[in-house]
Ligand binder design. Structure first.
Ligand SMILES: C[S@@+](CC[C@H](N)C(=O)[O-])C[C@H]1O[C@@H](n2cnc3c(N)ncnc32)[C@H](O)[C@@H]1O
Length: 475
């Protein structure tokens, strides 16, 4: 193991004051964090063969330092912990539990946050914390780091417990303090017979939810599927039932990803989905509201900016369009979905044997890709009349539909469900009828809006009519 080069407290002039010490303490935790990040790859394999398969089996993809720092800064904002007093009261009030600690990225980032708000090592040593992981090597690493900090700070962390165990088998007593669960639980497929949930992360979340009645909290990094997948409808109901504040920051995986090391070396779309993440915060004592960001996208060069400030949240407390927690692309689309929640859906104007056909690609990114004819992975939509076809065209190629898909889609697939469920509010239908001749012209001139993309040596041609058809946002 690599030695950590701590700044020493010895020989420090006390008159330099707490402030200077604070810098040193922070620097020491920084060093531990860096060490944890470097140790990540070694620790995340449990077997000697260190195969990618082994790594995947435990879902060992540790949180990068910048994400860990963002994770706690955001939590402190949500809980309005701005002063030394607030921080101390948060620390003293809870029994913290990290159920899947790995190399401890989120533990050391929490300590750093506390020190940044002026807590001293003596106060930090009051931390009541259970550190759980099934990987004994990882826990030994965390233990060593904590011992190093304790030695340097001349304190004893006697309320920190290391639990080398399966979190799901752990008995959690109702102690004197409310539990505050934080972590990045493993993302691993479940065997059908072992759990009602498709993925292990959901078992972790469910267990945590069972131990925060009215107090405490949950603060987890999860796959984005927690916000949209039908598989987790019941879990979302349980989350919302807790009451208080529920907050989701949602992260896309292109161009940059939250997890630098990347997830399994897959080339399929599963990989893409697994890297889309949500930081979910549940604070039962907070004001009753549900907040969510859009699906945040950023390039590598903007990473520090993205993670260095609070994202914009939309208040989605009143959202009732479907069973998701939306990632609103704008306030306009959120207002539209609320307004049109009871309107007939686009599926009602589709007809299987309709003479007028529109072909739409089953994946999307920055525009909805219309196609000339049928192909693999392309939805063929039939319409009985030209009026319906133009209505379908006007909607599917519009800025409003793209915004709708960005808010409710999985970030990659444009599913039949996404298309069929789009709500047709009567004002929108009227607007498209009014635009009929412009839409007909845009369709006739579609070759002018053609885009080509090479896919395994094959050129795929699509039409991006977003700028050719009238805007429907605010219609
Ligand atoms: C995604 S890593 C997260 C590590 C750390 N929390 C972080 O954010 O860097 C998931 C961790 O869960 C652990 N793990 C997997 N299954 C577990 C289980 N049933 N109980 C406890 N820990 C488990 C793995 O060993 C791995 O360290």
């Amino acid at each position: 193991m690599k030695d950590i080069n701590y700044g020493q407290n010895d020989g420090f002039d006390p008159s330099e004051g707490l402030r200077t010490l604070g810098f040193t303490w922070t620097a020491q935790i920084d060093a531990v964090q860096q060490c944890a990040e470097e140790a990540e790859r070694q620790l995340s394999y449990v077997s000697l063969c260190k195969s990618e398969h082994e790594r995947k089996k435990l879902g060992s993809y540790y949180t990068p330092t910048d994400v860990a720092d963002f994770f706690w800064r955001e939590l402190f904002v949500q809980k309005e912990i701005f002063t030394n007093r607030d921080a101390l009261s948060f620390l003293r009030k809870h029994h913290f539990v990290e159920p899947a600690a790995g190399a401890g990225a989120l533990i050391f980032a929490l300590m750093k946050r506390f020190v940044a708000l002026g807590l001293t090592p003596d106060q930090l040593a009051e931390l009541e914390l259970s550190i759980v992981d099934i990987n004994a090597n990882a826990l030994s690493f965390v233990e060593e780091q904590i011992e190093s900090l304790a030695k340097n700070w001349n304190v004893v962390f006697d309320r920190v417990h290391l639990v080398r165990n399966n979190f799901l088998e752990l008995r959690l007593d109702n102690g004197t303090k409310p539990y505050f669960f934080f972590g990045n639980p493993p993302f691993v497929g479940n065997k059908k017979e072992l759990s009602p949930w498709k993925n292990l992360y959901a078992d972790f979340l469910e267990k945590a939810l069972q131990h925060i009645e009215g107090v405490g909290g949950v603060h987890f990094i999860l796959p984005l599927s927690i916000a949209f997948s039908r598989d987790y409808n019941a879990l979302r109901t349980a989350i919302l039932k807790v009451g208080g504040t529920v907050c989701l920051s949602n992260f896309d995986n292109i161009p940059d990803t939250l997890f630098k090391s990347g997830k399994p070396s897959h080339t399929n779309t599963n990989k893409a989905n697994s890297q889309r993440c949500t930081i979910l915060t549940i604070l039962p004592e907070g004001p009753r509201r549900v907040l969510a960001t859009r699906l945040l996208r950023w390039s590598k060069k903007d990473r520090a900016t993205l993670l260095g400030r609070s994202p914009e949240y939309f208040d989605v407390s009143g959202y009732a369009f479907d069973k998701q927690i939306p990632r609103p692309d704008s306030q306009a689309i959120l207002d539209y979905l609320n307004l049109a929640a009871d309107s007939p859906r686009l599926g009602t104007i589709l007809a299987k044997s309709g003479r007028h056909e529109l072909f739409v690609a089953g994946v999307a990114r920055n525009y909805i890709s219309l196609r000339e004819g049928p192909a693999n992975g392309v939805h063929a939509l039939g319409f009985k009349s030209e009026e319906d076809f133009l209505l379908g065209l006007g909607i599917l190629s519009s800025d409003l539909f793209l915004s709708y898909w960005l808010s409710l889609g999985d970030g990659f697939h444009l599913t039949k469900g996404n298309i069929f469920n789009f709500p047709l509010h009567h004002t929108l239908v009227r607007e498209c009828e009014y635009n009929a001749s412009a839409l007909r012209k845009a369709w006739q001139a579609r070759q002018r809006f053609q885009k080509g993309k090479l896919n395994s040596g094959q050129m795929t041609r699509s039409f991006d009519l977003t700028n050719a058809v009238p805007s429907l946002i605010g219609a």
